[in-house]
Design a protein around this ligand. Sequence first.
Ligand code: NAP
Length: 331
Amino acid sequence: MTIETHSRRTPRRTPVSDLHVLAAARLSPLYSQQLQAAFTLHDRLHETDAAAFARVAPQIRAVAAQGETRVNAELMAQLPALEIIAVMGVGYDGVDVAAAKARGVVVTHTPNVLNDDVADLAIGLMLSTARQLPAADRYVRAGQWSGGPMPLARKMSGARLGLVGMGRIGQAIAQRAAAFGMPIAYTARHAKPELPYAYLPSAAALAAQSDFLVVITPGGEGTRRLIDAEVLAALGAKGILINVARGSVVDEAALIDALERGVIAGAGLDVFENEPNVPERLRNLPHVVLTPHIGSATGQTRQAMADLAVANLAAHFAGRALPSPVPECRP
Ligand code: NAP
């Protein structure tokens, strides 16, 4: 039988409890509890106890991380036995994948299992922003209804949707939006002729012909501030921006300015530049709906993500094919 390996360093077969894993950030308990059961887990030891970390670092063979956890070359350099970085999350913009590859360290993530939840939230934010659902809830609770009806809101069905990013989650959003009768267009790095949606070559060109602009690209340098003042101006005074990607993809200062000056009509935001800090100016705006990075935050999906992250570690240490390496680390 051929044993497949995914790093230049062949995994050693070791009793599970002797496998040392570093949790590089505070992990979901759904992930950390499974890690504790199967491995010797060091929870953020590099941040809390330098001396203890120095003692155990030579034995650490895996790093467990979440979507935006920083796993940089400096941390990897302190881990000479490192073989795998297992991210619980589809985005892995915090991981220096080039440095990992240069070391023969494989990186895994958890795509697909969260598509439904993130797409559901995108639609929820679109409806919440257009129909002002949080404001309507506050209106009733505050007893304002007896004073008269709320101002009229904005219709979503039939409005034009522009998707910045047409990957796994973008396509799940498009499927849902089709049920709302929304004409769909998108931009991405490459056109996808197999899909029944119109391709636009830039975010600005897409914004200019969209009522809702939904951002669902990866974070990182390739997309930093892709949504800038020019794109917001193109979206226009009736346009609504939804960001369920990463805070880094939107120029937050330009967005706040655009919202304050009425350059765009509103925004629904799940992600922010400096989480969990959300600028007061943004929090004060009435035509904005804010959620605390909850795209994949259901019990069912977080469990599936934790299971897939652990399955990658288990496969690696058993010498089996990895369920979901990141594209850069695929064989
Ligand atoms: P994916 O399948 O890799 O799709 C990414 C899409 O973004 C692709 O269509 C890609 O274009 C496009 N893209 C990449 N760089 C671009 C650029 N510079 N300009 C325009 N388009 C660009 O990823 P996914 O599974 O859909 O996930 C997307 C992202 O959602 C994740 O990376 C993560 O950051 C975010 N996310 C957020 C939450 C949350 O809690 N809010 C949860 C999960 C994921 P091509 O198709 O041409 O390559």
